[in-house]
Design a protein around this ligand. Structure first.
Ligand code: GLC
Length: 505
């Protein structure tokens, strides 16, 4: 949960969606593990709310939990800790290091905490596989107090499912009878993400296109059958992420070299200078500079960058990559910088300040992703007048448009013609789809290089470029519309839980 601990986009969503919901008047509380990096951060000054609570992971295995809290702006965040796992996370790179037992504990501890605080929510919103056992426990270890609590499960990335041996059921005190293809099992293992989806009242992904893509074998990561099943039952939805427009605001951002807005974009030039200075790098006259702030992984299309690099440098376009991840990719980027120092810079780090220089100082922002559930980088870049060049997949296809006429529904990018399963919910894309970026279709490095070339040509035409920057900066990606869609989906979950409950009694 940003700003407490962050590795990727999930933290931004977990930090900003609750704030948007609280503005509607809801009592929203967020729960995350008490990582060492959080506990030892002297600026946070966490307040202890529960200590030494007994959490039974199963009838024979207990842990003691303590819960701390922080409430900066209407949303309480609870941090659950114990004497193992999370207290070993002393840097953000280790956030996903705790093994399966940590998440079994966390699932039990969240429910135990609600009881202890005497705060039983109307709805629990679980995110990604780490929380996949919470819905199972809620329904199978039926505690009467949660009988009216609805559950929404959100998939931020279907590629990470959390698969473990059948003993994880024993460890939670759950019956092995649940280990079947309709509930917890896939390919001989307990699949936490699938379990969460099977027991939730509804499931959503973080863009409409991704909710359709994951129903195909190509994007479904072996769960496409289940995704189609959920969709056929009206249980799979797509709600695009928003960004906190106050946090990402070039007019007020203290981390950038000069403030600017859509009415006065000229000062962006100062941010560009600051970027080159920070990198100790020389601009090539007339060439656009393209940025990447990303986890180094194949998902993010880094292989396409490597393969298209030579053609892109010849345009000429300069590229700066900032990020950590796959050591093979990091090594390739180091070699690329050695071969093309004038055209390429690689900053192998997670550096918030430099990231801000990249977002504000670049002309282009590259996201040639293989798949992208939503993607926040393109939304942030647009806010700072940095024009995205993206592959038409998932949330990229829903937010970046190369021509004004294209609509999210009629886009050529979908691999499946199913209608989005959002009946009864307000539509995501109410805003006009103006030319705010550059888009290519296939995972092909020549198509990508051609797309960068179109962007570079447009950059050379000052008045055309100014129009594109203007529409990008004015695109509205605030949470307002999406938070309202979550509110309605929450209600749907609660109603469906209560009507099932009524039928059962
Ligand atoms: C994951 C996805 C990304 C999405 C983010 C927040 O990191 O890969 O596309 O924006 O979650 O939902």
């Amino acid at each position: 949960v940003s700003p407490y601990a962050k590795v990727g986009g999930l933290a931004d969503v977990a930090g900003s969606l609750p704030t948007a919901l609280a503005k509607f008047g809801h009592d929203v509380r967020t729960v995350m593990p008490l990582y060492k990096i959080v506990e030892t951060n002297p600026d946070l000054k966490l307040k202890t709310v529960l200590s030494d609570v007994k959490v039974s992971i199963n009838p024979w295995w207990h842990k003691r939990a303590n819960v701390k809290e922080k409430q900066p702006n209407g949303v309480k965040t609870y941090f659950i800790g114990t004497d193992e796992w999370f207290n070993e996370v002393d840097k953000s790179e280790k956030i996903y290091a705790p093994g399966v037992d940590a998440y079994l504990f966390f699932a039990q501890a969240v429910l135990r905490m609600c009881e202890e605080l005497n705060w039983i929510p109307d709805l629990i919103h679980c995110n990604d596989w780490h929380t996949g056992m919470i819905p199972v426990l809620l329904r199978e270890q039926a505690n009467e107090r949660f009988s009216e609590t609805g559950i929404l499960f959100t998939i931020h990335n279907l590629a990470y499912q959390g698969e473990f041996g059948i003993d994880s059921l024993d460890k939670l005190g759950l019956s092995r009878e649940l280990f079947d293809h309709h509930r917890l099992e896939t390919y001989g293992l307990v699949n936490f993400l699938k379990s969460g989806c099977a027991y939730a009242d509804a499931v959503n992904t973080v863009s409409e296109s991704y909710s359709r893509e994951i129903q195909t074998p190509e994007y479904g990561c072996r769960l496409d059958g289940m995704m189609r099943h959920l969709a056929d039952n009206g249980k799979l939805h797509g709600i695009p992420n928003g960004i906190d427009q106050d946090e990402w605001n070039p007019a007020t951002d203290q981390r950038i070299a000069a403030n600017f807005d859509a009415d006065h974009p000229q000062k962006k030039a100062k941010c560009r200078e600051a970027l080159f200075k920070a990198l100790n790098w020389e601009p090539i006259g007339g060439a656009p500079v393209a940025g990447i702030v990303s986890r180094l992984s194949e998902q993010k299309g880094m292989d396409l960058i490597l393969r298209a690099a030579k053609r892109i440098f010849e345009l000429p376009v300069q590229i700066v990559v900032q990020g950590l991840g796959d050591p093979w990719l990091a090594n390739e980027f180091r070699k690329l910088q050695k071969r093309h120092p004038k055209h390429f810079r690689f900053a192998q780090k997670f550096d918030v300040q430099l990231a801000q220089n990249v977002y504000s100082g670049c002309d282009l922002f590259l996201m040639p992703s293989a798949f992208e559930p939503c993607g926040l980088g393109q939304l942030i870049a647009m806010r700072y007048g940095t024009i995205p060049v993206v592959r038409a997949t998932g949330g990229l296809a829903d937010t970046v448009f190369e021509s004004g006429e294209r609509s999210a529904e009629s886009g050529q990018h979908t691999t499946d013609n199913r209608q989005p399963t959002t009946q009864g919910l307000p539509s995501a894309n109410c805003q006009p789809q103006t030319h705010n970026g550059f888009v290519f279709q296939n995972r092909d490095h020549n198509e990508f290089a051609d797309c960068v070339k179109r962007a570079a040509n447009a950059f050379a035409n000052k008045s055309e470029w100014a129009k594109i920057v203007d529409s990008a900066m004015r695109s509205d990606h605030s949470w307002t519309v999406s938070a309202a869609r979550y509110e309605q989906l929450y209600l749907k979950c609660i109603m469906s839980k209560r009507s099932n409950e009524a039928k059962a009694s």
